[in-house]
Design a protein around this ligand. Structure first.
Ligand code: HEC
Length: 173
């Protein structure tokens, strides 16, 4: 008796079951993923006037480097805006999330420590300005499996901003 009741209930349910699948919205996720994929790695030659000893360029580089999640309330130094040309809020490089450097607050250690970079890496001949520029522009050229953010290829920063950041890193501190 119990089994036949259960069986008829199940039969009833399946007879009246409605197919809702056509009403459920299922966007094509591959299109969304495609949009977020990075373009191919891009090699860039550093502009000849790139590395600057101008304190204003170095100040802009420092501001970008130390600006964690774009949270700083400080006014950006001359020549650097907190908004993009279309008025949207500028995404900063979050360098400090992964790298320690002079004066860093709350630095992460996913990337190498960039303390005394000029002395240890440039003056020693281990690295040069072009290496630093390319690393910030698109780190994949030097290391295809890098965990570093890609900045020039993605348009996160323009060439001048990459130069400002590079100028800051290689400047004596
Ligand atoms: C998500 C973590 C992460 C962020 C954010 C990040 N980096 Fe890196 N960075 C790395 C890692 C990991 C390496 C080492 C592996 C490599 O070289 O690809 C590295 C390497 C470097 C080097 C090369 C050091 C050397 O001489 O070997 C420089 C210079 C550098 N980063 C600068 C920056 C700057 C400037 C920013 C911000 C615009 C930044 N990084 C943002 C993770 C990060």
């Amino acid at each position: 008796m119990r089994t036949s009741l259960m069986a008829s209930l199940l039969l009833g349910c399946s007879l009246f079951a409605v197919d809702y699948s056509s009403m459920i919205e299922s966007p094509d996720a591959s299109k969304i993923i495609q949009k977020d994929l990075l373009g191919p790695a891009k090699a860039s030659t550093m502009p000849t006037d790139c590395i600057s000893t101008d304190p204003k360029a170095i100040a802009r580089g420092a501001f970008i480097f130390h600006n964690l999640n774009g949270e700083t309330k400080d006014t950006p130094p001359e020549g650097l805006s907190k908004t993009n040309s279309d008025g949207s809020e500028k995404q900063f490089g979050n360098c400090i999330a992964c790298h320690n450097i002079e004066g860093a607050k709350g630095a992460g250690n996913i990337g190498p420590d960039l303390h005394a970079y000029k002395k240890n890496f440039i003056d020693s001949g281990a690295r040069n300005d072009q290496f630093v520029y390319q690393k910030i522009a698109d780190a994949r050229i030097d290391n295809p499996n890098t965990h570093m953010t890609i900045n020039l290829t993605t348009g996160l920063f323009n060439q001048r901003e990459i130069c400002d950041i590079a100028s800051y890193i290689v400047s004596p501190k």
